[in-house]
Design a protein around this ligand. Sequence first.
Ligand code: PHE
Length: 454
Amino acid sequence: MSNNAEFKSKIGVIAATVGSAVGLGNIWRFPAETQANGGAAFLIIYVACVLLLGIPVMLGEFSIGRYGGSDPMTNYQKISPGTKWWMTGLTCILASFMILCFYTVVAGWTFEYMWESLTGALYQPIAGIEPGSAAMFSEKMGEYISGTTGPVVFTMVLIAILIIVLMGGVNKGIERVSNIMMPLLFVILILFCCVSLALPDAGKGVSYLLNPDFSKVTGSTIVSALGQTFFSMSLGMGALMTYAAYYPKNTKLGQTATIVTFTNTGVAVMMGLIIFPAIMSFGLEGGEYAGTALVFVTMPQIFSQMAGTQIWSILFFVLLFFAALTSVISVAEVAVRMMQDRWKLKRLRAVLYVTVPLVVLCPLCALSQGPLNDVQIFGLNIFDLFDTIASEILLPLGALFMCIYIGKAAPKNMMRDELTNYGTIRYRFVGIISFILKWIAPPLIGVILVSQFV
Ligand code: PHE
């Protein structure tokens, strides 16, 4: 059964790809990393990584994806038959499935917070704790995230939503959801930016984000920036490669990568412009900014001091939920497409084969934040184990081998043909992109990989 599904419109291509890239990586990882690594200093290094490494690797994925027209594993096999390069595709698929297991749980939390904001339960005082305090929201976070029932129930809700969208197929599922959710996400984001920047003392937060403190920059800052680049741009695990197989032949890959990258980085910066001014304005500088507490404790604390608490809270968690869902969909699609192409399964069956194991694996990840936290492998709970193996080892490994493949083994003209749509359009950067992929990206990615172990 050949799979000829294609995104129908240019907007659909952009919305789906931006949907994959814009996720919790931009919303809570970026502000937390910025905070830890010297504000604007981190921003500058991150942008450099995005331009130097992110865009070329993204174009590599797009090219292989559209040229091969299948799932990551089949692509390598089709393009270089009889070689072992398909194992690179297998690494991507493994990484994507592991990410799926914990990212679905986190997406479940965002849905849970959206729900608890809607019912108002999130803002109900707890006896003996000061209403609206960090202590109160930490307690709630304990219940919603490290508890037993809530996290599991909402993970299941998320799996159900995922099944419905994926069963809708490429156009009626993925493309339609992205076309609706992405514009709404931007409207909410811009609204929050305006509100946050209008708060008293907002300038302090802005200057925090824009004043580099280079004294905090160390080798590990650069490694963090590289890691953030991969995760945030959805690289190294075949999500964008899989989506590129749905790109029409006339999609301009270079232009698409530029739009997606600028939007993705723009969202991260906007999140910084929302979070830092709000924190400064409400005098919460001393708080805890590790990603999870930042969005689940600090933000509710801020909303509880604003007029219209519940409305802001609902909007914020809708924003998070849209960002998370569109990313989860792209991660899941990797394995779905693989089953359709390799095992010739009908889409409905492929979706079930991918999602049914999640019914067991996701709750294990969810509960490892609480009751199962003691189950540790290599000193990590199940959630962190999946996160670490996938994000820190398999993602860079998948990207590293992809670059080596493009530099050494792929058909010589593949990149040029794909980037110029077989000579019908001009793309000025073919030479430089190929050069980076061959000579610069592999050692840089090697650094990320090795640095995990030293
Ligand atoms: N890019 C997404 C984010 O920023 C996460 C993601 C990683 C999605 C890898 C797909 C593939 O949250």
